[in-house]
Design a binder for this molecule. Sequence first.
Ligand SMILES: [Zn+2]
Length: 432
Amino acid sequence: MSTLLTNLFLCDGTPDGFMPDAALLIDGETIVWTGMAQQAPAAAAVRDLAGQIVIPGLINTHAHGGMSIQRGCCDDGDLFEWAQTIAPYTSVLSLEDNRFGCELAVMEMVRNGITTACDCTRFGAGIFSDVASAIGMRSLSGALANSPEYRKAGRPNWPLAREETEAAMARHAGNGLVRHFLGAHSPYSCTAELLVEVKRAADKLGVPFVIHLAENAKETEIVHARHGTTPMRWLHDLGVLDERSILAHCIWLDAEEIALLAKTGAGIAHNPVSNAKLASGIAPIPAMRRAGIKVGLGTDSTVSNNSLDIFQEMKASVLLQRAASLDAHIIDAADAFAMATREGARVLGWHDAIGTLVPGKQADLVVLDLDHPLGNTAQRVLSDLVYRAGPQHVREVMVAGSTIYADGHFSNIDATATVAHIKQHYAHTPST
Ligand SMILES: [Zn+2]
């Protein structure tokens, strides 16, 4: 059945793609037409959006939803201090804790206008996709393997991660909302053998390979002491970087590494808020984008952020670069909006279907009430989206043509009952 959304201000996510008095025709899951409202074709159903803004669903290229019940358990310390402090909390997370965390994370993301997330866990590779697809959000998820000799807490998670992922892939066969990856935690917590084995297994399954890379200066010291080279060069020499690799962070890269990375075709998940909070640094995003590297935005987890809000990441991605460089032109709102939408889709390798609102793509969109006092123009809407907007402006979230959230209510989950159940569970089972 076709539905025409009309009387809207369309930001379709393409460069200069701003259109007042627009309409958008959806047939089933797919956008089949966009244009001026006056020229809209006939449709079975018509919805008047009263001048509200419609943007592509925001894309979160890096998250750890399963950790969400431990939100705020450590707010200070650099990456390695932080990892040590949170270990007593996160190493005891059960699969049930993970599922509760994913429910909280997916609901928070959807409220914040996120329609697709790339989510990482350590155990329970299929939990995020089960939860996200039940709520109606799109996901690319999986587990990050690590080598027990470098990451001692808990039991080994490889080849378990591959087995869980294959089971989840079979469970969700034919489900267009669900994709999976195989990943490794980081260069400092994996052996060369494990990295190559995980990448080969990912290639065999035809799925992306995800890893944290060059997040902290100490990581470079550790990897250099062990292997005589930098984390990025080491991964490059091992042959695990290509266009199907998704690299979270990438802060500590030199100019030669940026050029090398551009040749591999790998994409970057940039997490400006988490990177700043953990005092990891500011990733060289302008240089990476100039080199032609795909860069999307990510929230990381509620243990290092502590919110799952791509609006905040857009704003931080601009502010941090300007504050550090003292150059007010180094990056702008259009860059931030691109990273949150079409560039994020390219990082996830999903740009054939999502990231922009153009005919042929999936109807993944967000309706926002951004009512500028002087009226909405392209400049004012872009400015509001990056520097002002938040969940308080999100009126409706649609994924694959289905409304999954509108006016504070989810279509497929009772948020109040879910949160009450989770709180009751922990009231009786004290967590560490
Ligand atoms: Zn991460």
